[in-house]
Design a protein around this ligand. Sequence first.
Ligand code: 3UK
Length: 508
Amino acid sequence: LQFSEQLNCATELLDRAIEEKGWGERLCLQGSGIRWTYRELREQADRIAHVLVRDMGLVPGNRVLLRGPNHPMAVACWFGVMKAGGIAVATMPLLRAKELKTMIEIAQVSHALCDGLLAADLLEAAAASLQLKQIRCYRQEGEGGLEALMARHDSPFQNVATGADDTCILAFTSGTTGIPKATMHFHRDVMAICACWPPHVLKAHADDVFMGSPPLGFTFGLGGLVLFPMSIGASTALLEKAAPPQLLEGLQQYGGTVLFTAPTNYRVLAQHGEAIRQTQLRKCVSAGEALPASTRALWKQATGIELIDGIGATELLHIFISADEKSARPGATGKAIPGYRAEVVDEEGRVLPTGEVGKLRVKGPTGCRYLNDARQAVYVKDGWNYTGDAYSMDAEGYFHYHARTDDMIISAGYNIAAPEVEEALMTHPAVAECGATGVPDEERGQIVKACVVLRPGFAAGPELAKALQEHVKAAVAPYKYPRALVFVDALPRTQTGKLQRFKLKELA
Ligand code: 3UK
């Protein structure tokens, strides 16, 4: 991978793959009845770039909103935007008109490419905003559809000669804490994430078939399901719906060998260990949320596969602390990956001694700039990104997750990390999922309250609640046990699979 002043990530990942690496006839993308080689994907992307420039009036630097489920056309659109020198604003499929309108305004979106299935909300958002004027839909019948326009352009597209530091991605953070922030990433960042984590930790090869659940509108999915396989000449199988049942079916149908998904899905899929053992699956990546040691053990026992945990963030584009299968430690996320530095610091930014819990900060080739957001000064200092996580580092340089810095519950003077209570609860056979939070208490300031989703076959009631409280007391320091506990049907989660802490508080 070359870094130079002039860089277009589509040239690197797509045109060079064909012209210089000779991967043109290799399988690149499958899904929804489509199978494209690298050459076929390029042809689609070239046509889309022509439509953007000639029919939709795009000029380099324009922001293009992308909306749709994971589908080969979504990938072709992303590369079309890169080729034309535009900035991709990929969004999560479940967003509704109101949220889309906010993003359109924050990111100053002028163009959009949208799956016909999800057009209604986008059209509503566009009507309410003066920003977005050019929308084309794919997988939609009729004259004005994207495919009809694409059919008229069959010459190769000359990629715009963007600079390595030109912005090419505006990615919105997932908003576990409130209003989403737009983060900016450059062409060089796209190449940097392909050069750091995949060769050093994932170590996949050209015959691997990548699969997973994260939407391409989430940088976890963009990297894991598109950029990483393409940087090594591998292929990817995209699923429009990717809840555990579809993931299992997809693994069987496409022969997936590398899986990217969140801890919750591994817990559910572990119930089908035998079926998974029958598939080709060999590498499993967990990110998005802390991986409890119990989930790692459960997955290993069910499938024989050691999970690769990794913490990533939209701000850093992808994973920056991780460990491969051989160096994985239960309860630790891993070490800073080659290319990145990570430290645990106190409120004043002083590095804390080994073992002490503090704020995690990270420095590397993909550090973030927020777009027009005053929170830049809070989250980025001296080139360090503060991720908002409470971590400690052990003597061997392994980083241990404790909580989001705002998930620390302070009860009678004790600092209690919500995820630690959750992990302890999760080791009880009755618990399918749970979330812990602090609720006001006259005597103690706050007390820990747990919301618990039961596994089928267990009956909610005061006896079980008591048993769960005793279970936590026996597993961790007794002052951490949830003094209040309710049974609920489901937990509030973001579309990226993260527990929504502020909604959990309301629920509690
Ligand atoms: C949390 C984790 C413990 C952590 C992401 C991989 O999740 C991603 O990006 P987001 O911006 O959220 C970032 C925050 O999520 N987190 C993620 N992974 C882990 N906590 N262990 C983990 N393994 O709070 C972090 O600050 O939505 C993940 C790749 C790209 C991504 N954007």
